[in-house]
Design a protein around this ligand. Structure first.
Ligand SMILES: Nc1nc2c(c(=O)[nH]1)N[C@H]1C(S)=C(S)[C@@H](COP(=O)(O)OP(=O)(O)OC[C@H]3O[C@@H](n4cnc5c(=O)[nH]c(N)nc54)[C@H](O)[C@@H]3O)O[C@H]1N2
Ligand SMILES: Nc1nc2c(c(=O)[nH]1)N[C@H]1C(S)=C(S)[C@@H](COP(=O)(O)OP(=O)(O)OC[C@H]3O[C@@H](n4cnc5c(=O)[nH]c(N)nc54)[C@H](O)[C@@H]3O)O[C@H]1N2
Ligand code: SF4
Ligand SMILES: [Mo]
Length: 751
């Protein structure tokens, strides 16, 4: 019996544990107070960590490579060896690459469940730029807007000095069970900083705020421009910083003139006074802003909103200063860019990039535009996330509607039939492929239609190295406690072994993930054991970096073409975008004809937002946990009293939502939120049912993404962000009950 340190991986926080290991199996777990991150209040508030022991042996884990037998999606599997699986997959990929080009292979990822650079390295070396993910709606808008404005990404630095914190389109009370939420609770008790929450729903976070701004979804760019209008017209900005460090201030000042408090208040559905008050409070420096999905997933408005946020922080003098926003440091350890091996194959990848003509920033050319400034300042942005193929373009290539076809896909750590937009379109595209490989813990609906399902090793069976895409000098995690149970493998090993079969030997020198990470840590003077012992490598952030005096006597400035904060952006203009942030339109999910037809049938037209995070679930994960399902058994559609009255429904009723794309039904929950808007949960399916065609684990019952779309039309034109918020739908009550039972049993064994 031995005690081994290891980590939970049921959220990105990676809490440290000490595992008791007997004969290669974990028999007990306790929190590890010696390692980052440890805070008893985080664990006390976490419903997930106790699952760690269960899932190692759960009957529904996929434990061996499986190969489809008979029809795709028919639920018949043959257990095969890893060698057979990888040999066959490699042979098919080779053949397809010969017949078409390397772009024939796409990959798909989801949230940050694992390190994705091994997949990206495999794709780079294979020659395909077609890694698809959720970047455009989850991380990239912020990274791109920060980089374009400040030359690198920024992070709020909330301290006792901070005067005001705007919590914008994020609900950390449900989405971020970490120290951040705990520290907000503490701040709330002492009343500093002032908390402003901008959200159409009165969330748990909004409840502790000093001011809750209940704005109409998707009007955030207007709101931000309104704040700029007040700060500039009342001369509340930091004159000195603006004069020395900002370009385009006068243009910005002229641009925001029409966005008076009265005008934006009418667009946002709030009072002019609110805009003025928040501008006054925020202008007292240092103040800062934290953002989330609420503004990352609003389609055309995403880049204008983020750019206006950047401008506000800049002119108020809140950048690169304690209590405001920090410019992050580059990593001392090997960058994600180097790990993903993209530069070595740049020309082929760039030539096959499907985005170039459509989303000029989110493309190899867009990346190449910002790269010289990064190089000059010694910084490296990850390339694969920021050039990832747009899902609409990937689907078009799968549908034979692009300049070359995509015929194969590797799906790693995501469940696109629930979490990507437009489930029906995704399903037919995936069913039409020559090869679909899914690497997951479970037989998800997406895995159920694959040709090969490969078993992934999970928390405590694998080492972890969480480096935030390499945009900070901060990495944390630790070692595995045991070898993977059964024949599960670390994702790294799967991609390495596939790479070795496809001529990539030279680029995979490290047989294990641990060795690869140890090599990545070498520049920090830390070996694997040292990393495991500390659980992290983190260096403090230096403030006022732009003021640093360089060897030639000049100030370091910002890593932008002008060396200053770019309030007006020439590079974007050259790519066909706006020099200044201009709000866009919301693109409807319901066409006029559809609305008329449904209205004739008694349906009503509503605004729609989706996917607000709720504990204990994570997207489509943990729906198979009987305990969670008992506690939180039903997918809900939230609405205000007034909306419910308009629809003639009460809490507990069933409401069906419909768009041009499809339909889904939810249980009504009445909350305090903007009138005329519905909020539908996401990720809901029935792992307890048959996970095979045609019903595929019940994904057509309450899956909100049967309603959504990812079309480029209506997406943000520079990055390609589509919308999961600021949408619309038709709604109607129904008498048909939904099949969500609070008591489920886990389904087992596939071989
Ligand atoms: N429990 C749980 N935690 C999670 C996840 C999970 O699935 N479950 N997922 C993880 C992932 S992948 C992510 S990206 C993060 C996301 O973390 P967050 O960004 O904090 O996501 P939410 O908690 O949904 O908060 C987004 C808020 O935006 C609001 N909103 C919707 N539309 C608009 C709008 O137009 N304007 C504004 N201002 N607000 C709007 C919603 O009402 C919602 O309260 O959470 C992570 N944490
Ligand atoms: N309508 C709507 N759609 C959304 C959103 C929304 O708010 N509204 N949010 C979007 C956002 S921000 C995100 S990030 C995505 C999240 O979307 P996903 O990441 O696709 O969501 P999950 O359900 O968490 O799927 C993760 C899958 O990965 C598997 N998995 C977990 N860890 C590992 C691992 O280490 N290795 C492997 N191989 N598999 C693993 C799990 O078993 C699970 O099946 O959803 C997006 N889709
Ligand atoms: S789920 Fe997240 S907060 Fe909970 S123990 Fe695991 S890593 Fe920590
Ligand atoms: Mo996400």
């Amino acid at each position: 019996m031995e005690k081994v340190t290891t980590n939970c991986h049921f959220c990105g926080y990676l809490c440290g544990f000490i595992a008791t290991v007997e004969d290669g199996r974990i028999t007990a777990l306790e929190p590890d107070p010696a390692r980052y991150p440890y805070d008893p209040s985080v664990l006390a508030g976490c419903q997930r960590w106790k699952m760690n022991l269960d899932v190692l042996d759960a009957p529904d884990r996929v434990n061996h490579p499986l190969k489809r037998v008979g029809e795709r999606g028919g639920g018949q599997w043959e257990r095969i060896s890893w060698d057979q699986a990888l040999d066959e997959i490699a042979a098919t990929l080779s053949r397809l690459r010969e017949e078409h080009n390397a772009g024939v292979l796409a990959s798909m990822i989801g949230g940050p469940h694992t390190s994705f650079w091994p997949l990206h390295r495999f794709m780079s070396l294979f020659g395909s730029p077609n890694n698809c993910g959720i970047g455009q709606i989850c991380w990239n808008p912020r990274i791109w807007s920060d980089t374009l404005t400040f030359g690198w990404t920024i992070e709020p630095d909330v301290t006792e000095e901070t005067n005001c914190l705007i919590i914008w389109g994020t609900n950390p009370a449900e989405s971020d069970n970490s120290l951040f939420w705990r520290s907000l609770l503490k701040m709330h008790k002492v009343g500093r900083p002032k908390l402003v929450v901008i959200d159409p729903r009165l969330t748990k976070t909004a409840r502790i705020a000093d001011t809750w701004v209940c704005l109409k979804p998707g009007t955030d760019a207007h709101f931000a421009l309104g704040l700029l209008n007040v700060v500039i017209s009342e001369e509340l900005y930091d004159e000195e910083f603006v004069k020395e460090w900002c370009v385009g201030f006068q243009e910005l000042a002229d641009h925001v003139k029409p966005y008076t408090p009265e005008h934006v208040a009418s667009v946002c559905g709030i009072d002019a006074e609110t805009v003025i008050d928040i501008a006054h409070t925020f202008a007292n420096s240092p103040s800062t802003i934290i953002t989330g999905r609420g503004i990352d997933q609003i389609g055309e408005n995403v880049l204008p909103t983020h750019r206006a946020r950047c401008a506000l922080l800049a002119i108020c003098g809140d950048i690169d200063r304690p209590g405001g926003s920090s410019i992050l440091e580059t990593s001392d350890f090997t960058s994600e860019l180097e790990l993903e091996c993209t530069l070595g194959n740049w020309d082929e990848l760039s030539a096959n990039c499907l985005n170039t003509e459509h989303t000029p920033l989110q493309s190899y050319e867009g990346y190449a535009r910002v790269k010289p400034c990064m190089d000059a300042d010694g910084r490296e942005l990850p390339a694969r996330y920021l050039t990832s193929v747009h899902p609409d373009l990937m689907l078009r290539a799968m549908e034979g509607q692009a300049r070359y076809p995509i015929r194969a896909a590797i799906v790693e750590a995501t469940n696109p039939l629930l979490t990507y937009a437009d489930t029906n379109r995704m399903l037919s595209a995936l069913l039409g492929l020559d090869l679909l490989v899914v690497l997951d813990y479970y037989m998800t609906p997406t895995a159920a239609i694959a040709d090969y399902v490969l078993p992934a090793a999970g928390a405590m069976e694998r080492a972890t190295f969480q480096a935030h895409g390499g945009v900070a000098n901060f990495v944390y995690g630790g070692q595995k406690a045991v070898e993977p149970y059964h024949e599960r493998k670390h994702d790294y090993e799967v991609f390495r072994e596939l790479g070795l079969r496809l001529g990539q030997e030279d680029m995979w020198p490290h047989p294990t993930f641990e060795e690869a990470c140890e090599a990545a840590l070498e520049p920090c003077g830390l070996d694997w054991d040292g990393y495991v012992q500390m659980g992290m490598y983190a260096m403090p952030i230096t403030p006022h970096k732009h003021e640093q005096v360089m060897p030639d006597g000049t100030k370091r400035g910002f890593a932008t073409p002008t060396g200053k904060v770019e309030l007006a952006n020439a590079a974007l203009e050259e790519m066909g975008g706006g020099r200044l942030p201009v709000p866009g339109e919301s693109y409807p999910l319901c066409s006029d004809g559809f609305i008329r037809k449904m209205e004739a049938d008694g349906w009503q037209h509503f605004g729609l937002i989706t996917g607000g995070r709720k504990q204990p679930y994570n997207a489509s994960m943990y729906m198979n946990n009987p305990d969670f399902r008992r506690r939180n058994p039903r997918p809900c559609v939230e609405m205000s009293e007034a909306s419910a009255a308009r629809l003639g429904v009460k809490g507990g009723d069933v409401l069906t939502l419909a768009t041009d794309q499809g339909q889904a039904s939810f249980i009504v929950d009445i909350i305090t939120m903007a009138d005329g808007v519905l909020h539908a949960d996401y990720g809901w399916w029935h792992p307890e049912r048959e996970v095979k065609l045609p019903e595929l684990g019940g994904i057509f019952e309450s899956n909100v993404n049967t309603l959504t779309r990812c079309g480029l039309e209506g997406a943000e034109p520079m990055i390609g962000t589509w919308a999961y918020n600021a949408l619309d739908c038709m709604a109607k009550a129904t008498d048909e009950p939904l099949d969500w039972e609070p008591d489920i049993t886990r389904k087992g064994s596939f071989a």
